[in-house]
Design a binder for this molecule. Structure first.
Ligand SMILES: Cc1cc2nc3c(=O)[nH]c(=O)nc-3n(C[C@H](O)[C@H](O)[C@H](O)COP(=O)(O)OP(=O)(O)OC[C@H]3O[C@@H](n4cnc5c(N)ncnc54)[C@H](O)[C@@H]3O)c2cc1C
Length: 463
């Protein structure tokens, strides 16, 4: 038996009380439960509990409090910082809590906090309904929603957190509370973009919207030399595109997908990726000017199921990942040149830069209407490296940092919490909360006065 600072009595009590598994470091399933998407993270909590429902979460938090153990929570484990999994204390891995219950008439989905966007899309699309969620089926609903949440539908229907009707969570005192616009309204405000540090969310209730099952979506691919022209095309097209359109501009090595010519697999290319979140026939004339300009060597835009399109960028397993995210007020020609220069020169595979528009419903609420503060129109830039070989760590991390530094003159001082790496300086971590930082600190002191949930995303109550 491996010695852990969790007393035997506590383990015994958890074993007797919870229905899910209680895993010590030498037990089967422990390593799988502690694994996160970013393979650079290798944290080992003292104990893992895999609750099967709210009763288990209530019991685990109560027992942890009795023995003064820190508690952290893993949803889908996709946050690049790996903050979901600590190097000490008790990890609640919610992976077993993934039920999605759809009420098509009431247009509401009740979703357990361990579900992924793939789980949600599967259940909601059976009724031609959707929650505006993330663009990858393996991302957890919990982390993404608690940090804001952008995706193909957010220009039309708002951020994921804007679509919450209610959140149920287990508090540090081991009580289940329900937060809505009317009940615990302040907590509800904080949960919409303020991170998860007020308790363990067990259930989200989301508004549903009529989407699909078919949408008009796909990509256009161009040679690398076209990068500046294509970036300007993206910028000009989005300047007055309707909210149904979300278009991304990016530079990446082409994956070996069947819709890319085989001889171009692995070739660094320029991409436009688009989804029209309305009836496909209405989308055709809207996207026509996008498709007819320039000379793409691939145009895969077609009528396809929303569910399938959501799987297009699917991430599986664990991959070494490093990234930087930043916002631009506008995409100037100088910023485009910088993106072209660095985007062209990245380490050969797995380095990408993607620019996405901010606007429409996602920027309508005031900056203090929810805890998520970044409501100005503009663009988001994500510079990301994914790789396998530990010997290549420095090259990839350096490329991301240098690219990020070069974009500095064009960026605002806002930061998206969902894309913060673990090594970011305090001022960037604070910037993720913008002008809502002090209110969130007060809320955290109120709901977690002893810092029970101390390993989740930082809002430091002491500073
Ligand atoms: C491949 C990839 C694609 C992505 N695509 C998008 C995208 O399209 N749109 C977007 O907005 N973001 C995207 N992201 C970022 C994503 O939103 C964040 O990584 C998000 O935190 C993932 O949620 P998760 O539940 O998987 O994370 P986790 O790593 O499990 O959790 C993240 C944080 O939330 C806390 N938390 C988790 N569950 C709970 C809970 N039940 N109660 C309280 N706190 C909790 C954790 O403790 C941790 O601090 C992407 C990330 C990756 C790696």
């Amino acid at each position: 038996m491996v010695d852990t600072p969790v007393p035997d009595d506590a383990v015994e009590q958890l074993d007797e009380t919870v229905r899910g598994s209680v895993l010590e470091p030498d037990q089967d399933g422990y390593h799988r439960a502690r694994r996160v998407w970013n393979a650079l993270i290798d944290h080992r909590p003292d104990l893992v509990v895999r609750p099967t429902g709210t009763a288990d979460v209530l019991a685990a938090v109560t027992i942890a409090a009795e023995y003064d153990l820190g508690v952290s929570v893993k949803g889908g484990g996709h946050h690049v910082s790996g903050t979901a999994v600590p190097d000490e204390g008790v990890l609640l891995d919610l992976g077993e809590m993934n039920a999605v219950d759809v009420d098509p008439a009431g247009k509401v989905a009740r979703v357990q906090a361990g579900a992924t966007w793939g789980d949600v899309d599967h259940e909601t699309q059976a009724f031609g309904l959707a929650v505006p969620g993330g663009q990858d089926p393996n991302i957890g609903v919990a982390g993404l929603t608690l940090g804001g949440g952008v995706g193909w539908l957010s220009r039309k229907y708002g951020l994921t957190c804007d679509n919450l009707r209610a959140v149920e969570l287990v508090t540090a005192e081991g009580e289940l509370v329900r937060a809505t616009e009317d009940e615990h309204a302040d907590l509800f405000w904080g949960l919409r973009g303020g991170g998860g540090r007020f308790g363990v969310v067990t259930t989200f209730e989301y508004d549903l919207h009529g989407v699909g099952p078919d949408v008009l979506a796909g990509s256009l691919a161009y040679p690398l030399s076209d990068a500046p022209d294509v970036a300007r095309h993206y910028r000009d097209f989005m300047a007055d595109a309707p909210p149904e359109v979300r278009l991304l501009f990016g530079i990446m090595a082409l994956p070996p997908a069947s819709h890319f010519p085989e001889h171009r697999h692995g070739e660094r290319s320029v991409m436009l990726v688009v989804c029209y979140a309305g009836p496909p026939e209405e989308g055709r004339p809207v996207l026509e000017p996008l498709r007819s300009r320039g000379d793409p060597f691939v145009d895969s835009i077609e009528r396809r199921t929303y569910k399938r399109f959501q799987r297009a960028g699917e991430s599986r397993g664990s991959v070494r990942t490093y990234l930087r995210s930043q916002y631009l007020e506008s995409l100037s020609d100088d910023a485009i040149e910088t993106i072209r220069d660095y985007g062209t020169d990245g380490p050969p595979n797995g380095t990408t830069v993607f620019v996405s528009p901010r606007g429409g419903a996602e920027t309508e609420p005031a900056a203090d209407a929810t805890a998520y503060p970044h409501r100005d129109a503009g663009h988001h830039v994500l510079v990301e490296a994914r790789w396998e070989d530990p010997a290549a760590d420095d090259d990839h991390i350096e490329w991301v940092r240098e690219f990020h530094g070069a974009l500095g003159p064009y960026t605002t001082d806002e930061v998206a919490m969902n894309f913060l790496t673990g090594d970011e300086p305090d001022e960037r971590r604070r910037a993720a909360y913008g002008g809502n930082y002090e209110r969130l600190r007060a809320l955290q002191r109120e709901w977690d006065p002893d810092g029970r949930f101390r390993t989740t995303r930082e809002i430091d109550p002491e500073t």
